[in-house]
Design a protein around this ligand. Structure first.
Ligand code: URA
Length: 240
């Protein structure tokens, strides 16, 4: 979100007119990140700063950004006729905001899912041209070999002719687990690439998306707003 004038931002909440906002600022009742605001034309980024009037936070952030630890069993969708979606984990006011998941995780995949109503940022993260890294932890049926690492690292063509970009595969422990970094988001990509090597995925969890890492303090099904530095890093990554 770009910097915006304080009077415009506060008037945009609908609680005060532009005229009233100017008076509030002149009376020293408005603060940005705890510091008294000087002039109505001063600017701040509402997604990164806290704006208060008489010490009370004015909710003028135009977008919401939530980090969710997706549990297995929910669809990465905004609604579904018969099945629960990740939005069912949110309280009613947030469900009404028009949030959507940035990219899809399969129903049985767990891990990092970003929910937002910021279309341009989501587009920047998902754009096939941007190649944003997605890192997964996977447990497979079988033991991964150096050949598997090489094959994924060179980029693979799947049975149906689908060409996949080179992916980094790092075998962990005895080789039945791995860290897999994908730079695109094709349907069931992690599962299909590993299955093509004869190592079907038993468990899959997304650990990160670009600079955004799953907060391990979040239990499955829990969520929290992004921290300003996390949002800043995502903006830098996407140029949004
Ligand atoms: N790749 C998959 O196969 N499934 C996911 O949920 C994400 C990436």
């Amino acid at each position: 979100m770009a910097q915006q004038r304080l009077d415009k931002l506060l008037a945009g909440t609908g609680r005060w007119s532009r005229r009233e906002v100017k008076d509030l600022i002149r009376q020293g009742r408005v603060a940005v990140d705890g510091l008294r605001a000087g002039r109505p034309e001063d600017k701040c980024d509402p997604a990164l700063s806290v704006l208060t009037v008489d010490g009370e936070e004015a909710d003028c952030a135009p977008f919401v950004y939530l980090m969710l630890h997706k549990p297995a069993g929910l669809l990465s969708a905004t609604e579904d006729r018969s099945q629960k979606t990740v939005l069912d984990l949110l309280p009613e006011p947030l469900r009404r905001r028009g949030l959507f998941p940035v990219g899809r995780l399969d129903k049985d995949t767990e891990g990092l899912l970003l929910l937002t109503d910021d279309g341009p940022l989501a587009h920047g993260l998902l754009s096939p041209r941007k190649h944003v890294d997605k890192v997964y932890f996977a447990r497979v049926d079988g033991l991964l070999t150096r050949e598997d690492v090489r094959a994924l690292g060179e980029g693979m063509t799947l049975g149906d002719g689908l060409r996949c970009l080179p992916a980094d595969l790092e075998a962990l422990g005895d080789g039945s687990e791995c860290r897999l970094t994908l730079r695109e988001g094709k349907y069931h990509q992690a599962k299909r690439m590993l299955a093509a090597r004869g190592k079907p995925v038993l468990y899959l969890k997304r650990l990160s998306m670009g600079p955004l890492m799953l907060d391990e303090a979040l239990e499955r099904g829990a969520w929290r707003p992004l921290k300003p530095e996390e949002l800043r890093a995502l903006r830098q990554e996407t140029g949004a």
